[in-house]
Design a protein around this ligand. Structure first.
Ligand code: SF4
Ligand code: SF4
Ligand code: FES
Length: 226
């Protein structure tokens, strides 16, 4: 006997939506004909387009997340919150605390509330990294933001408008201007012939299950992997 999948009810900006247990918020919206309710890009946790805030009436903790990775849950209330981009700031050939502060006068506004770290779907220690920026520990900052997908949620939740990921990107770009910077050296990551072939074949087929599996691995381990 074929069992019907369990159904859960969520709401999206106040509108009730019936969804299959285990599917992601984005898939539930597509099935309900509400694809336009949310911005969508890669559907694999890589582009940061599908940002949402989530809450539960029963007091269960909600927060922010990516709709393409977050499975639906009974009673979940979803509010799409696209984070608008802001103009990029030109990187510096010789980045230091003074040039970062000049590029982002918000650097020292951080009140150490921790909201940015809690909001980050990639589990980047955003607040700690802002403190490292203030101390000029830029190699560590570049490492911190290696897995940043620029969803902007850390900026969205920051009451003090510190712009953490924009500063992190500025640090990475500025360090990248120096070609011999060891923390950004990608040469050791060159794939062997077989692995390269596998990657091309994955990119061309675009298997959605494989995409989700890879995104979850990246999210959990902070790096690409099998
Ligand atoms: S949310 Fe803003 S103020 Fe709070 S820790 Fe992060 S950068 Fe600092
Ligand atoms: S650091 Fe900010 S922009 Fe980057 S993934 Fe985390 S929340 Fe998104
Ligand atoms: S659609 Fe790209 S991260 Fe969700």
């Amino acid at each position: 006997m074929k069992l019907e999948p369990e159904t859960v009810e969520i709401s999206v900006t106040g509108k009730p939506v019936q969804a299959k247990a285990g599917e992601t918020i984005i898939h539930a919206l597509w099935t309900a004909g509400m694809g336009d309710a949310i911005k969508t890009g890669c559907v694999g946790g890589g582009c940061g387009a599908c940002t949402v805030t989530i809450r539960f009436k029963d007091g269960k903790p909600g927060g922010t997340d990516l709709a393409c990775l977050r499975p639906v849950e009974e009673g979940m209330e979803v509010f799409p919150c696209p984070v608008e981009s802001i103009p990029a700031v030109a990187p510096s050939l010789e980045p230091d605390v003074a040039s970062l502060q000049a590029a982002f006068p918000t650097l020292n506004r951080c009140t150490k509330c921790g909201s940015c770290t809690t909001a980050c779907p990639m589990t980047i220690p955003v607040m700690d990294s802002v403190l490292r920026m203030q101390e000029g520990r830029f190699d560590e900052v570049s490492d911190d933001f290696t897995t940043c997908i620029h969803c902007g949620l850390c900026r969205f939740v920051c009451e003090d408008k510190v712009k953490p990921h924009n500063m992190g990107l500025w640090v990475r770009r500025s360090q990248g201007l120096s070609r011999d910077n060891p923390s950004l050296d990608q040469s050791s990551l060159t794939e062997s012939g077989d692995e390269l072939e596998k990657e091309w074949s994955y990119l061309f087929t675009g298997d959605p299950k494989e995409r989700l599996r890879r995104a979850k691995y990246f999210r959990e381990h902070g790096r690409a992997g099998a």
